[in-house]
Design a protein around this ligand. Structure first.
Ligand SMILES: *[C@@H]1O[C@H](CO)[C@@H](O)[C@H](O)[C@H]1NC(C)=O
Ligand SMILES: *[C@@H]1O[C@H](CO)[C@@H](O)[C@H](O)[C@H]1NC(C)=O
Ligand SMILES: [Ca+2]
Length: 203
């Protein structure tokens, strides 16, 4: 049988996802060419979504876009800078998000890691030892402290991803200047867009 025979005469039965495929009514019959076109459209749509969701220079993960900023600022300045970019210092809510940040940073600083630390949104400046995300004002539940951290020193009240520890979390002096990670969360956008499709985050 030739390829064109295959394309023209062979019908493919596609089992609809999530149906148990017990009866013929759960099957759809498609010509091969139709199916190829369909798969291409899905692939193109997927690629567009993956690239189009974030502005140039921002990295996509989950429902968010992340900017790895290489300007060194204090924690408060970094937080203000993120807000000026319609985002917030990154909140790390689970292991998957932390793994994304760490692998990105480890990849980016494979050679010079340790020279750069990155502020994220956590702080215990209100009550010592009670770490919360500044954005939510709610307790930090997921942590990835590096060995021996947090030190519990009164002045180390801001959360940072520590380069020498492959970007695990550490408490650190808020006024020290460091790189930082901004996060733009679609879930948190509550006001209308004012900046090319990037809504302002309300607080
Ligand atoms: C952490 O867990 C507490 C208790 O379940 C919850 O109230 C809080 O919202 C959680 N924090 C975050 C940032 O989700
Ligand atoms: C967003 O825009 C719509 C339509 O222009 C308006 O009705 C709505 O009030 C706006 N919402 C906010 C939060 O500004
Ligand atoms: Ca502290």
């Amino acid at each position: 049988m030739s390829v064109s025979d295959l394309l023209e005469t062979t019908a493919i039965r596609l089992c609809i996802l999530s149906a148990k495929c017990t009866g013929l009514d759960t099957f759809v019959t498609l010509n091969n060419l139709t199916m190829i076109a369909f798969l291409l459209l899905v692939a193109i749509g997927y690629v567009n979504a993956a690239q189009g969701d974030c502005k140039h220079g921002w990295e996509s993960f989950g429902d968010s876009c992340y900017l790895f900023a290489h300007t060194k600022l204090s924690w408060a300045e970094a937080s203000a800078s993120c807000q000026a970019h319609h985002s917030h210092l990154a909140t790390v809510l689970n292991g998957a998000e932390q793994t994304f940040l760490k692998s990105h940073l480890n990849e980016k600083h494979r050679i010079d890691y340790g020279l750069h630390n990155y502020w994220i949104d956590g702080t215990d400046m209100e009550v010592e030892h009670e770490w919360e995300w500044a954005l939510f004002g709610q307790p930090i539940n997921y942590t990835d402290w590096m060995h021996g951290k947090p030190t519990g020193r009164l002045n180390e009240d801001c959360l940072i991803l520590w380069g020498l520890s492959h970007y695990q979390m550490s408490d650190y002096f808020c006024q020290i200047r460091a790189n930082f990670v901004c996060q733009h969360s679609y879930q948190l956008t509550v006001t209308n867009s004012t900046d090319g499709g990037w809504p302002v985050i309300g607080r």
